[in-house]
Write a protein that binds this ligand. Structure first.
Ligand code: PMP
Length: 449
């Protein structure tokens, strides 16, 4: 009864652009009531394993009392202080210092946003200031990667390669360029070395096509998330980073999904042994308890902007930048990561990858890929030809529903890819259940596509 009335109220009043704008085809929402660890409970009392940590953000898991306490304490003491002018609060200052200490290389300067999209938007503004300060304002062209996702705000949506996010919105797209994704499973190049060489050649060609003195920055995700969880071959990130260093193009790592233990270490750039010029994070920063994102800048980027802007104030910032409650939560979440969650996540991630590998022999499984607690299973109807599932299978809805019926939440991409990003707190039994419930869905789909 409660569920029905909530579903109806939702349908009438709450807009979910990705699904509500499908008119009469829109499905009713599933309403969640509570959560603990890696398990969520819906309003019917059904318990489900959250194999996707909300929207790949609840890295620490649900229901940590110490996080609730940190937020409540901060709300009692000082719920708000603007960071817009020369004002501040203790929690964001401490958080910036703690993050700077742990970030790769000299990514020492941190700007707090509200989430991932506005973190990416902020980098575009900062980079434009950087090139102005360098006396090269004509460097106003940006390059990103096909299949990439960098956010939903207008500037970030321009960098996002998924067409639904920018087509038809009149986004100023003319200064944004793309190179092909590494997408190893469907890449015409065969070996890892060939994929790396092809991407390097394409980036170089794209830069000379645009004009070497016109390119401001190159954006990459260490693992492409929303494009289908695409892991670059070893050495790809480093090779692209080196090209950017040589051509003096700023290299931006968008770690909104990959940071905070998702792939093993605190930051995925550590896996690659690289230091980007700027780095964006969000999601796991506060583990979904409250919103927050962070832009990290290397010393040379920050100092160039700070000195070059001179007396001119940089007109950028949000009412809720560096929010004290979000910062207090992020600090507590960081201590939880270091107090055992990162380690558990690394073990659980190895178990998840090994478990999903056992699905490789299934007739519907074309590819299994991932790193740590970020993984994908790509479904095909013909393994030899790598034929994608036909649209009639409706992966995004029917396969999602089947997993739900098994008590599992996975991301089910429309192109027939199951995505996994469970909380780092998962037990061995929970990881095994994620794999086994997936196997059941695959068997059902083989029998009744
Ligand atoms: N960058 C990447 C790599 C992302 O995956 C996302 C969100 N999925 C964003 C940016 C945007 O973050 P948000 O949804 O918090 O605005």
């Amino acid at each position: 009864m409660l569920t029905n009335s909530l579903v109806e109220l939702d349908r009438q009043h709450l807009v979910h652009p990705v699904s509500s704008f499908r008119g009469h085809e829109a499905r009713g929402v599933r309403v969640l009531r509570s959560a603990k660890g890696a398990t969520v409970t819906d309003t019917e009392g059904r318990e489900l394993l959250d194999g996707f940590a909300g929207l790949w953000c609840v890295n620490a898991g649900y229901g940590h009392e110490s996080v609730v306490e940190a937020a409540a304490d901060q709300m009692r003491k000082l719920p708000y202080a603007t960071g817009y002018f020369d004002l501040g609060a203790e929690a964001p200052i401490r958080l910036a210092a703690e993050l700077a200490e742990r970030s790769p290389g000299d990514l020492n300067h941190i700007y707090f946003s509200l989430g991932g999209s506005d973190a990416v938007d902020s980098t575009i503004r900062f980079i434009r200031y950087y090139w102005h300060a360098k006396g090269q304002p004509q460097r106003d062209q940006f390059i990103s990667v096909e299949q990439g996702y960098h956010g939903s705000t207008s500037m970030a949506a321009g960098l996002t390669a998924l067409p639904g996010f920018h087509e038809g919105f009149g986004i100023p797209y003319q200064w944004q360029h793309k190179i092909s994704s590494h997408y190893a499973y469907r890449n015409p190049a065969q070996s890892a070395e060939e994929i790396v060489a092809a991407s390097v050649a394409e980036l170089r060609a794209k830069v000379s096509e645009i004009g070497e003195d016109k390119v401001a920055a190159f954006y990459v995700e260490p693992i492409q998330g929303s494009g289908g969880i695409l892991v670059p071959p070893k050495g790809w990130m480093k090779a692209m980073r080196d090209v950017c260093a040589e051509l003096e193009i700023l290299f931006v790592a968008d770690e909104v999904i990959t940071a905070f233990g998702r792939t093993g270490p605190l930051f995925a750039c550590e896996d690659e042994g690289i230091v980007p010029d700027l780095m964006t994070t969000a999601k796991g920063l506060t583990s979904g308890y409250v919103p927050m994102g962070a832009v990290f800048m290397r010393n040379h980027v920050y100092e160039t902007i700070a000195d070059g802007a001179g007396a001119k104030a940089v007109g950028h910032g949000f009412t809720y930048s560096a929010h004290p409650v979000s910062a207090a939560v992020a600090l507590e979440v960081l201590y939880l990561y270091e107090g055992g969650l990162l380690e558990n996540g690394r073990k659980a991630g190895a178990r998840l990858m090994a478990g999903l590998e056992t699905l490789r022999d299934h007739p519907l499984v074309g590819d299994v890929r991932g790193r740590g607690m970020l993984a994908a299973v790509e479904l095909v109807t013909d393994k030899e030809k790598k034929t994608p599932l036909p649209a009639s299978v409706q992966p995004a809805t029917r396969l999602f529903d089947r997993a739900w019926e098994q008590g599992l939440i996975v991301r089910s991409f429309p192109q027939g890819i199951f995505g996994y990003a469970p909380p780092l707190c998962c037990t061995e039994a929970e990881i095994d259940a994620i794999v086994e419930r997936t196997r059941t869905v695959l068997d059902q789909t083989l029998e009744d596509p």
